[in-house]
Design a protein around this ligand. Structure first.
Ligand code: PMT
Length: 399
């Protein structure tokens, strides 16, 4: 059955991007019904949204659309999901306090569908404790907040508060609506992000992992019904809803945390970029710079995945390989040495793949020699494709 997304547009300069969101959702085969605040109509016309969505746009709670029906209740009941894009500070404040003075506030109070908010505003406004408190409250009552992007803002400032990328917003909606239940009953441990190995209190060895790949996996697995524990190095990623997150800094801390959860897990996915070497000693005080060269002596960190592979039993073990050359050869060697079921090989030298990007390009190598080449896609899409590959193994009654 065609699913219905109710899109609420509020009065922000970013309102024009809502047109692209509406177009993108329609292209995905969804029915889109738009409601707007009066102020939003000063930034973009209802006619534009009506043309793109193919449906009448509702601005006035007491307007002409579907006469004889209580409009906000009708929309609230139709909704499979409500998306407010952009969500201004004023709208967020009204929603957090239950003010139903316009179509958007009233519809949201009346709906039982999941509500997604995509905030957009000046970065000082976004960081303001009142706005943050309101967002926290809305998150606590189950609303999904799509984290704004960092970048140039309409007011000329640079910072966070910029509307998230249109493709990211669409993807969040689609992955929620596509939610599957094929991982219900499975316990999954995911690792994400880098580790940091400190030289002194202010300097460390690390890598550019953002955690996006691991967080996407954790979010996708939880969305498909798994109980997920995410052991994460330092990242700026928001904790995914419904996932138990354990934050660590060093490889040794990650090992400890992974080992603690390992016995109860069915599936382990190691997307973290663990730093292989750490300084033999960590200076207690900041090392003063001098003219002489500074030598660092490093020692090996434990290979967490290899240790897990040594005590694998019936668990499914999935590793990642970040390579700059001989991708498949190196990945296969790791798959065998670490006793894995699958390894996801990403060629981090390719544009759009690897560290910190929103997209990735990967090949999944199976233990039996099969190789599945996955196209350039968002890390969320890739996460789902990797989970599909894992499910294909579990359906052999392995777990
Ligand atoms: O976080 P993002 O910015 O989204 O970037 C994603 C990513 C590029 C970090 C991710 O896709 C990825 O490739 N992660 C693994 C990076 C890595 O450490 O590759 P490796 O080839 O060095 O390690 C192979 C496997 O062994 C990995 O699963 C790693 O988690 C694990 N390992 C490595 C070293 C170590 N000491 N302990 C480990 O468990």
């Amino acid at each position: 059955m065609v699913k219905t997304v109710i899109v609420g547009i509020t009065g922000s300069i970013a309102a024009y991007k809502a047109a692209e969101v509406v177009r993108g959702l329609c292209k995905q085969g969804l029915k889109v019904q738009v409601m707007m605040t009066e102020r939003a109509t000063q930034f973009i016309t209802p006619l534009t949204l009506e043309t793109l969505s193919g449906n009448p746009v509702v601005v006035d709670m007491f307007g002409k659309y579907q006469q004889g029906k209580v409009q906000h209740i009708t929309l609230a009941k139709q909704a499979d999901l409500v998306l407010i894009v952009p969500a201004t500070a004023a709208t967020i404040g009204r929603l957090a306090t239950g003010i139903a003075s316009d179509m958007i506030g009233a519809t949201i109070l009346a709906t039982q569908a999941p509500v997604f908010l995509s905030p957009a505003m000046n970065s000082q406004m976004y960081k303001h404790p009142i706005v943050q408190d309101n967002l926290k409250h809305l998150r606590e009552i189950g609303y999904q907040i799509i984290t704004p992007a960092v970048g140039p803002l309409a007011c000329g400032d640079i910072g966070d508060g910029r509307l998230a990328d249109v493709s990211h917003i669409i993807e969040q909606v689609i992955s929620h609506l596509d939610a599957q239940t094929d991982l219900v009953g499975k316990n999954i441990l995911v690792t994400a992000g880098p580790t940091r190995e400190f030289i002194d209190p202010v300097r460390f060895i690390s890598n550019p992992s953002s955690g996006k790949m691991g967080y996407a996996l954790a979010r996708a697995a939880a969305g498909r019904g798994a109980e997920v524990v995410l052991v994460s190095g330092p990242t700026a990623e928001q904790p995914p809803a419904g996932v138990k997150v354990s934050k660590v800094t060093t490889a040794v801390e990650m090992l400890r945390e992974v080992m603690e959860h390992y016995p109860g897990m069915d599936i382990i996915i190691k997307a973290a970029a663990v730093v292989d070497y750490r300084p033999v000693s960590r200076a207690r005080q900041k090392i003063k710079k001098g003219d002489a060269e500074l030598q660092l002596t490093l020692e090996r960190n434990p290979d967490i995945l290899e240790l897990l592979g040594g005590q694998k039993g019936q668990k499914i073990l999935v590793g990642f390989a970040a390579e700059t050359q001989d991708l498949l050869k190196n990945a296969r060697e790791k798959l065998q040495r670490k006793n894995l079921d699958l390894i996801v090989a990403n060629d981090i030298g390719r544009a759009g793949a690897g560290f910190s990007t929103d997209t990735n390009i990967a090949s999944v190598l199976h233990r039996d020699g099969r190789i599945v080449e996955l196209p350039l896609c968002s890390k969320t899409q890739l996460a789902h494709l990797i989970l599909d590959e894992i499910i294909s193994i579990t359906s052999d009654d392995k777990v």
